[in-house]
Design a protein around this ligand. Structure first.
Ligand code: 5GP
Ligand code: MN
Length: 336
């Protein structure tokens, strides 16, 4: 383990730095990574954001996006950059399995590894950790790291502020979730003062749908929504063929599960999708219901109490059935 003084000393000279984040990066993954990137490059560091996979187009406007390397598109080049890195920042994830093949490269690297994250149960692979499960977003922790640990608020320029605001806005579901404390609003206000144009960021992220995405959403809501009143649970499931029919691309399915959860009385919502090589589940819940427990116990996954995910190699129909068979175990929590 490294202490803050040692890390500060390391960062006092230009370093070769890799920043990486979880596969299928979301707004917080990209916002926190590019926020940190835009901070580090001002100090002369050679920083590179490497994502394990591609990410939605509605994040491609983020400052610094042009310099992001997608591992699956540049495996050899990315592996060489990871091997040469002196520091590796691991943002918005805490187990190396969340970054696919990159995980073993990071594990094998002799670089100093810094974890900045807000998920439960971190794996022990890091040398320095800025971790808080109460943070609404990793971007909030990156802000805290820069301001309160590195004491370098002066380097939060418009680009850094824009990226961090995006991370906080998306992971708090537009300042809606219970972890959106007054402190989060103060940070958001600060980021606006530092150059983040809040209304424009909202527009770029949320009013940036393709026509086919909107039609796909309509189809999911009118044809694919199943409400299990007995368990206060709603499921939306889609097949691989349906994804193809609607030209669904990365990011298009994001947020659909929240519509199922928005039905009055519903405490658990599942979006279950048949992808090419596996079935992916996204669960959302209200209050004390532990969506992450179901994902961890039954679907090789995990996450937060109210937002979790997992995968299965069984068929889509089997996974839907398995999910339904689990509900009686949680009936008390679901109907209280
Ligand atoms: P989503 O439903 O948006 O894919 O994921 C919601 C949250 O669940 C993510 O922020 C992440 O914390 C967690 N999550 C999603 N998929 C997985 C997974 O396969 N494994 C683990 N450990 N967590 C996941
Ligand atoms: Mn996050």
């Amino acid at each position: 383990m490294l202490d803050l003084a040692a890390l500060t000393k390391l960062l006092a000279h230009p370093r070769k730095i890799v920043i990486t984040t979880h596969h299928k990066p979301d707004g917080d993954a990209m916002g926190s990574s590019l926020g940190l990137y835009n901070y580090l490059i001002q100090q002369g560091h050679h920083a590179k954001v490497i994502t394990p996979t591609d990410y939605p187009d509605f994040l491609a406007w983020l400052p610094g996006n042009g310099d992001v390397m997608i591992y699956t598109d540049h495996t050899e080049e990315a592996a060489a950059i990871v091997a040469e890195a002196e520091l590796i920042f691991c943002l918005d994830f805490n187990t190396l399995s969340r970054i696919n093949e990159l995980g073993e490269l990071v594990r094998a690297s002799s670089a100093v590894k810094i974890m900045i994250d807000h998920h439960l149960e971190p794996e022990d692979f890091d040398d320095y950790r800025h971790w808080d499960i109460n943070a609404c977003a990793t971007a909030q922790l990156v802000y805290d790291f820069i301001v309160n640990e590195l004491h370098n608020k002066a380097l939060i320029n418009k680009d850094v502020a824009t990226c961090l605001y995006t991370g906080i806005m998306t992971d708090s579901a537009s300042f809606r979730l219970p972890n959106t404390t007054s402190a989060v609003h103060r940070i958001a206000a600060d980021l606006i003062d530092l150059g983040a144009v809040n209304w424009r960021i909202h527009e770029l992220v949320y009013s940036n749908s393709s026509e086919s995405r909107l039609r796909f959403l309509g189809y999911c809501l009118s044809e694919k929504l199943e409400v299990l009143h007995e368990f206060n649970t709603a499921i939306i499931s889609v097949t691989k063929q349906e994804l193809e029919k609607y030209d669904v691309v990365t990011g298009d399915t994001e947020g659909i599960v929240n519509y199922a959860l928005s039905i009055t009385g519903i405490r658990l919502a599942a979006f279950i999708v048949g992808r090419t090589d596996m079935v992916k589940l996204s669960l959302r819940s209200r209050g004390e219901f532990p969506a992450n427990e179901i994902c961890k116990k039954y679907f090789n996954g995990g996450g937060h109490r109210n937002a979790a995910g997992g995968t299965s190699t069984d068929s889509l129909d089997e996974v839907i059935n398995q999910f339904k068979l689990i509900l009686p175990e949680y009936k008390k929590l679901l109907i209280q």
